[in-house]
Ligand binder design. Sequence first.
Ligand code: GAL
Length: 947
Amino acid sequence: MTTAPTLQELVGDGWIAPRARFATDAALLSLNGEWSFRSSPSRADAPDDLASADGAGWDRIPVPSSWPMHGHGAPAYTNVRFPFPVDPPHVPDENTIGDLVRTFDWPGGPALLRLDGVDAAGEVWVNGRRVGSTAGSRLVHEFDLTDVVRTGTNTVALRVAQWAATSYLEDQDMWWLPGVFRDVAVQALPPGGVQDVRVEAQWADGYGVLIVDVDARDGATALVDVPSLGLTGLATGVAHDVGRVDGWTAETPALVDVVVRTEAERATVRVGFRTITIEDAQLKVNGRRIRIRGVNRHEHHPDLGRVVPAEVVRAELRLMKQHNINAIRTSHYPPHPDLPGLADELGFWLVDECDLETHGFFEVGWRGNPSDDAAWEPAYLDRMRRTIARDRNHASVILWSLGNEAGTGRNLEASAKLSHELDPTRPVHYEGDWSSTAVDVYSRMYAHQDEVDAIGRQAEEPLPDPVADAHRRSLPFLLCEYAHAMGNGPGGLSEYEASFRRHPRTQGGFVWEWLEHGIRRRTPDGREFFAYGGDFGEEIHDGNFVADGLVDADRRPRPGLLDYKKVIEPIGLEIDGARVRVTDGYDFADLAGVELRWTRGSAGGVLALPPVRPGETAEVHLPEGAVGDGVLTVRAVLAADTAWAPAGHEIAWGQAGELPTPTSIAARIPIEDRDGVVHVGPGAFDRRTGRLRSIGGTAVDGPALALWRAPTDNDLGVAQFLEGGVSDAAAWAAAGLDRLHERRVGVRTTEDSLEVETVIAPAALDHRVRMRQRWTTDGDALRLDLVLTPEGAWPSGWARAGVELVLPWAADSIEWDGYGPGQRYPDTGQAQRLGKFAVDGAAALHTDYVRPQENGSRAGVHRLVVARGGCGIVVTGDGFSFTASPWTSSELAAAAHPTDLPPSDRTRLTLDLAEHGIGTASCGPGVLPQHRLDAREVTATLVFRAG
Ligand code: GAL
């Protein structure tokens, strides 16, 4: 039987009206630090002495903290599924209760207690008196302590429940981590002081209009100063023309301090002037269409859980800016209260999302979804109100988002209406209702590149209701999530970007997601790894789906971040003969802060850049030394230090020219066949098997046909995105690519060649590949002409078409000419540039994904040297790919964590002539047709030398 939740369960009780966060000269006492802590396995087990408890003899725990990160219980991960029966509003008896107690000294006078984040629900006592309760983990709750606080020592006690009725509204895809995970403080409330400030700072054509609404306590009068604009004593509640003022944008984050003063208190709000409009199916700021180059950002730390130290946050936002990211969706809850201020300062567009997700109801066909149940409306409205009240003064916030994946229903419509009422200056976002009737932007997640392009052309499938359809057609389009950055990938970014650039309506999107939520753990022998779902013995879990970021949990860039930076680069550099066409792809910033530098070989210099404004293109002539053979690189770098990167930081780059094509070998000299060994120049082959055993005395073993790779998360895919529900990895496994057997057809020698023919096929199946090798030499080098021919009815494509050599030694030097320094597959690796690269061993080419998988392929290679102790082999060819790894594909595929990979003293060298793309089928479109590798004939010539 369903019961309705109580109002207290839905919204808590005892709190004061939600309001903005602002700096003030009223005293603030942080209650962060050590608290006494005890936990009970259920409510029934929790002692009823908390109101009077002093915490003596209890454990200690830091605040803020997620208590499972401090030895109390364990983290648990599910994505969509609730980790308890779907029985709203009830939660199981097994419900960890954390009690926290501490004392604080107060000099006297009215005060409030502020809780910035309590997961999932808290109840509060001060000096033995109950003052109220919280509901809404990522929302601020403040309690007036005026009647309970004493001069001198006070005691505060919190009872926090892991599960509450509101857990049904907080089913975001992340770890379940209870605790008092954001700051706790006591704030003085001077009588006649400032209670709330609501600022509207609009901008048009260079001029600003300011309205400051103030709630002052005790009927006090508040006045407003804007010192940097020379304005003092402005009245509240009315519009003031402030004259000429710089507009705030994410590219030009101009802020002014607005000071609100009463006799008793002085509050400061940092304000940016800007106006958001929707016109011509475009989202505009200060009259111009903006391009969103965004990421979804969760709050997670590998050692602390939901607690992210301020310096880590600042560093990660700087890292975003350094990678051309200009927008953040605060998925899927309001961020730490300091984040919007940081975004104002550094320059980001924010989609500020309400703390709401009811995705678990999807598992039961959306039966009982609170989004459409009137009984839950107070919770929806309370959450929306709190989100807006706290962050409304921030220029960076350009859209309010109702939440994520909460289905459809009346409460969402009511939230949208409330948002419009509370803040008519900002449009509303919600992705979960594709009809978009209640919102102001058309938003989708993981839509296919072709569909996005169709939406850009206004050619999307119409909605059945013509009125709704006309409304949606009038809206700008955003991908609130795209390019799922799980494991090796995301592939296919360039095709999205092309649509964003082609059509004004498709304004960009937010990659899912910025950060992996790995939790640092150690093996018994002390090796660190990032744990994911299932590593904590969860009964149900969603494995490594919690680790799908552009950076790892320590904020170290994954290859995908570098690719994203290149794909979204806001400065175009097109080299055409002796000219560079420089395009300013920013929306507001000119290129005055940018310097152009060129390099070709060891030559280089700076190019004078004429003024270029947003949307304009300038032509710059290259000096003589820049034009000629080889590869020319032109880079746009910061001319001076900024708040987010030092002078010289690279924003964009372009290249022209090619690496020299290696000379092939022409002359042929006779081979020698003696003592069971066939000598083809430097190559020694086993006469019987035709296998290559050494090159110039360096041991090698191969080549073996390679069609398979250790499945990436994208190769494994998720069913809903897969045609016929079959992932690439499943198709390859069904076709037996990972279990091939070789049959020698013939090993023939002629006067000047060795010819080896093999047929390679999986057990139980009758499709195969015929591999023909012809080896010749000019005396110095060993040439392989290779033909791979699929035979029979191939039921799948291939992961790769290449040959594998096992080097029974660990390389200590690998050098190549080609794309580098990082990995590149047909639809990834946009960040890689042509050049000469060197590393000191195969481990340096390995990308350490939280779950080992195919990685590290270097592409477009013309020359490769793999050596140990100065001796090794050289391979040349016309743009092949290579992978040099300490591990075989099977070893990578078998490992759940990097620490499972066995010690290795050999090198697997795979030389690929073609590869399958990566795609984003882990949550999104698979590999696009142009990047797929079908079973097809592949021919190539590779030349080997001793080196
Ligand atoms: C989306 C969801 C995100 C995340 C993502 C997959 O559907 O909104 O929270 O779960 O899928 O990683």
